[in-house]
Design a protein. Structure first.
Length: 94
C-alpha cells in the first residue's frame, strides 16, 4: 500500500511516496531522509549520477543516502534542497 507524506524543506513542498507495507508507519529518521533526498533529486530532473556530479558528492554517497544505508546530516539536506530550488525550480517558475 502506497501512502503520501508531505515534507517542507527550504521552501520546497516534497510529496514523499512511501510503501506502508514496508515501513508500517510514517517514515522517520534515516528512512525519511532517504525519501527526502530522492524527492529533492527528482525535483531537479537529474538521475543519481548527474546529481552526484553536479553537487560534487560521490555517487556512492548519494546512493547510500537514498537507500537509507547512511544518514545525511539535516543541514546537508537543507543546503541541497535550497540549491535545487534556486537552480531549477525558481528558474522554471514552478
Amino acid at each position: 500500500m502506497r501512502d503520501d507524506y508531505i515534507l517542507e524543506i527550504e521552501g520546497m513542498n516534497l510529496n514523499i511516496e512511501y510503501d506502508r507495507t514496508k515501513d508500517e508507519k510514517e517514515p522517520t529518521g534515516k528512512r525519511l531522509t532517504a525519501y527526502a533526498i530522492k524527492a529533492v533529486r527528482e525535483q531537479s530532473g537529474m538521475n543519481r549520477k548527474d546529481f552526484a556530479e553536479w553537487l560534487g558528492i560521490p555517487y556512492r554517497t548519494i546512493s547510500d543516502w537514498e537507500h537509507g544505508e547512511r544518514q545525511m546530516p539535516d543541514y546537508v539536506l537543507r543546503l541541497i534542497a535550497y540549491k535545487v530550488r534556486m537552480e531549477f525550480i525558481e528558474k522554471r517558475g514552478d
